[in-house]
Design a binder for this molecule. Structure first.
Ligand code: MN
Ligand code: MN
Length: 332
């Protein structure tokens, strides 16, 4: 498939070796302004929401580095995202590592400004709290999209109420806040890969009460990847939806470079098959979070993060092109 001549393209690895050249997401051009893009890849280097091991602030840079391994065509679906859509690296959002609340505002404003140009966002975190200001930014730029459905890969539900005597903004609480704020429709949320020991037997009681569909790792095993994807499609339905991928959904044997590892997780192959099974959903934005390079001695976790970004980019590009063909709702 021939892209339009003036659309941004990755550096060709058969011309410029993949170990050479500037470090950007997918070897795409770095742009100062998302205007004119269909999909903006952006970093959110913030881990002020971590309750345990930090380091995800370094995730965007390492995922950019390892994304140089990715080529331009999806091996199974044959989707060519850069021929379907105008996609570039839009840099990192501003943050203040000394101030959590200010950072939430900075991230929200940056995402809202990008989305207001019409660009969809595929973000690399950062800890999982960054999903909250992203969802706020989407709702600010496109109020008609709220409340969104959501496909959520994670070992954890991230729907706790508070930590440490009342802190409401942590990477264990973003989706409680997002549901409370009307950014997400809980009955159109599916959580995949949930496992690990609990703080209390009532953990996740609130999420279940408000209608979140929790697919534990045991149920993932029983359903198989195709069954999980089918259930996710059923829950999310045909309305617009967000996709969030916490790399700790994967087993720490594959993805040790993360803040809150839980054994007994998904394999990368299972996660890829599930993601591929989501083709056809109306996905309008996404993120990959919780890659923590200080715990990632081999760099393999950042490679997984970048690879999942490419899988998700293909889903977004396909959906954006489908919406374009339907003749409207581009900005969504
Ligand atoms: Mn999470
Ligand atoms: Mn998690």
């Amino acid at each position: 498939m021939e892209p339009l001549a003036d659309w941004p393209q990755p550096l060709d690895g058969t011309v410029t070796p993949r170990f050479a050249g500037p470090v950007t997401f997918m070897r795409l051009p770095l742009v100062a302004d998302a205007a004119g893009l269909d999909i903006a890849l952006l970093g959110i280097p913030f881990d002020g929401g971590t309750t345990n091991r930090p380091g995800a602030r370094h995730g965007p840079r390492e995922m950019r580095n390892m994304s140089a391994m990715l080529r331009r065509v999806h091996p199974v679906s044959r989707v060519e995202p850069y021929a379907l859509c105008r996609i570039a690296d839009a840099g990192d959002t501003p943050t203040n590592p000394m101030d959590l609340m200010e950072s939430l505002g900075l991230i929200e404003a940056a995402v809202a400004a990008m989305r207001a140009t019409g660009a969809w966002t595929l973000a690399a975190g950062g800890d999982h709290l960054v999903s909250l200001p992203i969802l706020r930014g989407i709702a600010k730029a496109s109020p008609a999209l709220a409340p969104l459905g959501m496909v959520h890969f994670d070992a954890h539900s991230d729907t706790n109420d508070t930590y440490f005597g009342g802190s409401r903004y942590t990477h264990g609480t973003p989706f409680r806040r997002a549901i409370e704020e009307g950014l997400l429709d809980p009955r159109r949320i599916v959580q995949i890969g949930i496992r690990g020991s609990l703080f209390d037997p009532t953990d996740m009681g609130w999420a279940r009460e408000v209608g979140v569909r929790i697919i534990t790792i045991e149920e993932c095993e029983a359903l198989g990847p195709d069954g999980v994807a089918a259930e996710a499609r059923r829950v999310v339905g045909s309305g617009p939806a967000y996709l969030t991928f916490d790399v700790d959904s994967l087993d720490p044997a594959y993805a040790p470079g993360t803040g809150t590892p839980e054994v007994g997780g998904l394999t990368p192959r299972e996660a890829q098959r599930m993601l591929r099974g989501l083709s056809g959903l109306d996905l309008v934005g996404a993120d990959v979070v919780e890659v923590s390079p200080p715990f990632d001695a081999s760099g393999g976790t950042a490679l997984i993060g970048a690879t999942m970004m490419f899988e998700i980019l293909c889903l977004l590009a396909e959906n954006r092109a489908r919406r374009r063909a339907l003749g409207g709702g581009l900005a969504g």
